[in-house]
Design a protein around this ligand. Structure first.
Ligand code: 8DG
Ligand code: MG
Length: 134
């Protein structure tokens, strides 16, 4: 089975809002909301891929990224390992640079079912951690 290594950015601003983008209609996990990111290329570290993908997809230059989680998930015919980073420092203002819809959502208001199934446990963790801070 194909196995993808993917770098993913949880972009969080000072208001505890997280930047989400909508996946394209013709992609795997079409029309789901996602944390921006993409495939790690040969010879790249996860963090290098994160920086490249976030620049391509959202226009920001990541200046600091913290490892947040690593998730392994098998879809029907595709295995993915998602390398999640928490991004709280960047230059620029994120936007859907590839024309994809975007929105900021309060961390505590995230809805797991809007994301690909691989993200469910991670979204639950983000919501749980947001309650501690109130
Ligand atoms: N970016 C991203 N991908 C995710 C998430 N959750 C999840 O299961 N995936 C899966 C969907 C895809 O099968 C896989 C790779 O993501 P991708 O389609 O963004 O890869 P990419 O940007 O390199 O895509 P492309 O250049 O080939 O268009 O990871 C998520 O939150 N963000
Ligand atoms: Mg992508």
């Amino acid at each position: 089975m194909k196995h993808l290594q993917v770098a993913v950015g949880i972009i969080r601003n000072a208001n505890q809002e997280i930047f989400l983008a909508r996946r394209a209609a013709d992609s795997h996990m079409a029309n789901m909301w996602e944390f921006p990111g993409g495939k790690i290329e040969p010879g790249e570290s996860a963090e290098q891929a994160l920086k490249r993908e976030l620049l391509e997809e959202t226009g920001i230059e990541v200046t600091q990224a913290k490892v947040f989680d690593r998730v392994d998930h098998t879809y029907q015919d595709l295995r993915v390992t998602l390398h999640f980073f928490l991004v709280e420092a960047w230059n620029g203002e994120p936007f859907g640079r590839e024309g994809q819809p975007q929105r900021w959502v309060k961390q505590r208001d995230l809805v797991a079912e809007e994301f690909p199934p691989a993200n469910y446990p991670l979204v639950a963790r983000l919501k749980a951690e947001s309650h501690q801070n109130h």
